[in-house]
Design a protein around this ligand. Sequence first.
Ligand code: ADP
Length: 447
Amino acid sequence: MRAEPLIRMRIRVEQDVFVARQLGREVAREVGLEAQDQTRLATAVSEVGRLLLTAGRDTDVAFVALASGVPTLQVEMAHQMPGDADRLKAQLTQVRRLVDTMEVTHGEPGTVVRMSRRLPMGAPALSDGRMDEIRNRLSSHVPGTPFDELSVQNQQLIVALNEVRAQRDDLARLNAELEETNRGVMALYHQLSDELEETNRGVVALYAELDEKSVQLRAASEAKSRFLANVSHELRAPVTAIIGLGRLLTDESSDDLTEEQRRQVELIRGSASDLLTLVNDLLDLAKAEAGRVEPHWSEVDLKAVFGQLRGTLRPLATRPEVEFVVEEPQVPTLRSDEVLLAQVLRNLLTNAIKFTAEGSVRLSVVPAGDDVRFAVADTGAGIPPELHERIFEEFYQVPGSKALSGKGTGLGLPYARRLVGILGGALHVSSAPGQGSTFTVSLPVNP
Ligand code: ADP
């Protein structure tokens, strides 16, 4: 349903354009548009009226207030002769900016220009009663002369000019402030980038120093390994010779020795044997540290490895109070180096047997995600938590710990950890005094 206009009028002659302008402002004021919007709408109406007037024939103007949805004032200006709509549209580009929407249709009976402006949020509601009141007031509106209109326009122009000047001043002030802020930001930026550059230089120098230190460290570590390897290698021959000579001296076929001489030769042989073990261990560790241990990867049958360990270590686990158990492997095969793996497990099992007075020593293997986890668990003396890392240091032995069988060099665990590293895994211990120890070897399924 078309809403009933608030007022209609017809533009026939030039003077009517002034009347339309006045009426436009009046209607805009009545429906609650703000002062500036009143002028905008009035200007738009008079401009469209002027353009349509030059095309000849009358123009009907209708002011309609739309209350439903967003309250809007709509002006419809219908000219009875179909004119050149494209030309009109081009002429109206400036006017279009004065309103929210403008639509130009062109057809029978002529050209229609429809403009609208939304009412502000605070405008009084457009009830039917209020619209009737507005209609009454507008119908009794007496149009002023073009001179009146000119003076109103002049007033508005002065207000507008004042506003423009105030805005220009504001803009200049804002620009000055912005420039000031920009200068501050630039200064800060320069300061920050200087500081950053300084810091960067420091970091680069630090890295260079670190690099140099790590090269030195690597060189020192290599020198140590080389020294150990050479010394232990050189020591092996004479020590082996001492053992051989000792055996020869105590041999049946040799000249008889006195009881005291035999005892002393046995002492020498024993010490030389210990020394040989130490030399061999050192040589192994030095080789591993120097990266000279190359793993030979193959599919390792864990059942066979476990069987072999069971066979070779059972003779060591002689104490009846200790149960020696090698469980059935829960993982059938593993890609690894069989010799190195067996060496690590033998080392851990030997330690467990050495340090367990009663209870059990147990070897097992289970799958654990992408890893295979070997565990050597004993019920022996246990190791205090603060020493869990120290026992992996060369020559370190837990103070007061007494091996129940055999002697140690303190090189077994560091060597085992090296080998596990070479196999791509990790060796850890969990233990507490009086609660036994569990050494875990985690190896990747796909090294
Ligand atoms: P060692 O030749 O002395 O056995 P290791 O490097 O193998 O050298 O072990 C270092 C020390 O760690 C041992 O001397 C012992 O004090 C402690 N240790 C190793 N394994 C165990 C274990 N299963 N139970 C208790 N202590 C252990």
